[in-house]
Ligand binder design. Structure first.
Ligand SMILES: [Zn+2]
Length: 125
């Protein structure tokens, strides 16, 4: 599921899931995991309602974006989603200029040294 949208990295507010909504989500796929498409044994296996597109990646909290998933599959996906969200946030921070560069440009205005017109390198006062 490729996802490329660096402009929207806002986290969507999560709604409380009622047992009725959980049942509706389960019946949407007939008890199949949305991540590995394997059948979920609701009695013996732990399963959760997964946000197919993660909330932290701008996914919506409505029924179309929900599906049942094995707990184990979801843990893996969540790890990948966190990695993506962190990356999207870093990109946005850089894009809007909220982060100053850590290393000054060599001999630039912020550098402690300057190069004169004759090519000599002297300390900037
Ligand atoms: Zn699964």
């Amino acid at each position: 599921m490729p996802f490329v949208d660096s402009t929207d990295v806002g986290t969507t507010v999560r709604q409380k899931l009622t047992p009725h909504r959980r049942l509706k989500v389960w019946e949407k796929t007939g008890g199949r995991c949305v991540l590995c498409s394997g059948r979920i044994d609701g009695v013996r296996e732990r399963w959760i309602v997964e946000h197919i597109r993660a909330l932290e990646l701008g996914g919506s909290d409505d029924f179309a974006n929900l599906g049942p998933a094995h707990q184990a599959c979801a843990v893996q996906k969540t790890r990948e989603d966190h990695r993506r969200a962190a990356r999207a946030k870093r990109q946005k921070i850089r894009h809007i200029g909220a982060d100053a560069p850590k290393r000054p440009l060599p001999f630039g205005k912020a550098s402690l040294w300057k190069r004169t017109l004759s090519g000599k390198i002297v300390p900037r006062k």
